[in-house]
Ligand binder design. Sequence first.
Ligand code: CMP
Length: 140
Amino acid sequence: MAVTRTFSIIKPDATRRNLTGKINAMLEDAGLRIVAQKRIHMTADQAGKFYEVHKERPFYQDLITFMTSGPVVVQVLEGEDAVKTNRDVMGATNPADAAEGTIRKAFAENIEANSVHGSDSDENAAIEIAFFFSGTEIVG
Ligand code: CMP
């Protein structure tokens, strides 16, 4: 299995509850290294572009409102099969379906305010990383 990178967001519901450190500890305990990280307040334009694939979904506008409702922490994570490792520790999108020991089981409030985002493929990870980070900001 190769060492790869994925993109992660600690969402506004989690920063509001001061959970950045607890979530980072779960990511690190799962074998991921945080090789880039910054706290930002997304603009509606950024959130709209980032979630453009969901543009036709009924939850799109609410999602943008939520993602711009407070600070987020955007991250690049590195580790063995990073996309899958991260998705495993994140748990299911809907916290009602999330397994014990996952971030969403521990912290998510509902399907929208679900504490973390993680890329769903290596291809999307590369696109999402480049959306928020320049190469010199990633220190492996
Ligand atoms: P995320 O992994 O960031 O990708 C899209 C986000 O849309 C998802 O997490 C949820 O926060 C949000 N969302 C809100 N409603 C839904 C829904 N019904 N199905 C899937 N995602 C939803």
